[in-house]
Design a protein around this ligand. Sequence first.
Ligand code: MG
Length: 409
Amino acid sequence: MDMTGMKAAATSAQAALGDAGGTAERRVTVLGATGSIGRATLDLIADAPEGRFSVQALVANGNAEALAAAARRVRARLAVVADAAALPVLRAALAGTGIETAAGAAAVVEAAAMPADWTMAGIVGAAGLAPTLAAVAQGGMVAIANKECLVCAGAALIASARRAGTMLLPVDSEHNAIFQAMDSAGPEGVERIVLTASGGPFWNWSLTQMGQASAAQAVAHPVWRMGAKISVDSATMMNKGLEIIEAAHLFDLPDDRIDVLVHRQALVHGLVYYRDGSVVAQLAPPDMHTPIAHALAWPGRMTVATPRLDLAAAGSLSFEKPDAERFPALGLARAALRAGGTAPAVLNAANEVAVRLFLDGRIGFLSIAAMIAAVMTEVGASRADDLEAVLAADAEARAAAEAHARTYA
Ligand code: MG
């Protein structure tokens, strides 16, 4: 959604909340309820004052025990597992609670399409595409924590949000920061935005050292505690590349107005440069509860009991330009964004395969970007008008990447 659309949606969301600004009960659905973003969202909901939120549906992949515990804790109306084999366990765990249960891919999409004021789109990977699109088409507010949705199906998702009058709330820390820094000003005043990056574990390594990097070294992230896949994405800086694409869709900006700065302390998450020379930045300790709470309470604010930013203790903050030669993933992502259509979906799929091959010890660290570049050239880009076109490009890119596994071994 462009910023004009965001402002319009903001106004209607504010109207829906009433003059008291967020005192009406907000009906919430959480897609990806047992993942790290979903758990943090439910922590915030459980800690909020009575009557602030009511939980419509919780959706998880296959962890029925964790889903049942979460559903009991927040008294959800419905709990859904994507994996149908997990349904008996879910049913047994929720017997006598009055909480409804369902299972399967269609039930997940149905739950996402149920009326809700606010939905957390927190299902990781391609599995999140269909339910996120369903939630966006339903209306209300959708907090976007699934990068792949915007990277692979950004144009379709933004168009659908515009049609339905759905407000998209960025949860990725950098995008949430930009959203906060932009929230009170018009888009016409924005010159460019800056996403910060921690630089990952190989920030100061030479190309030779990077060529010999092991999976264990790549997943040792200096600041954020994350899963193996996203840790490798941080080490290659593909995570930031995907975030450039995400930002282009969310804020309707071309790639040459989205910059990246390496900021090792990870306290400044995003900056907006305005035409008058002003720069507005958002700062917070690196804790996902803060951007999630911002989205959950938007356009209001809610109390979050996390440690506060202590700038005196932080001392100095440093900023550097990323090195294009040692981090070619940034250039690949920009090329995919400029190519448009299915190119970002191809980039994302090739990256997922390459990262898995690297984690399995089958290709070297520098081969990740080399393999992605080869797959992008081979598969090319076509129109990405709907989910089918995106999924077809995704499958083609995965197959092409698998076929390259030996070449780069
Ligand atoms: Mg991020």
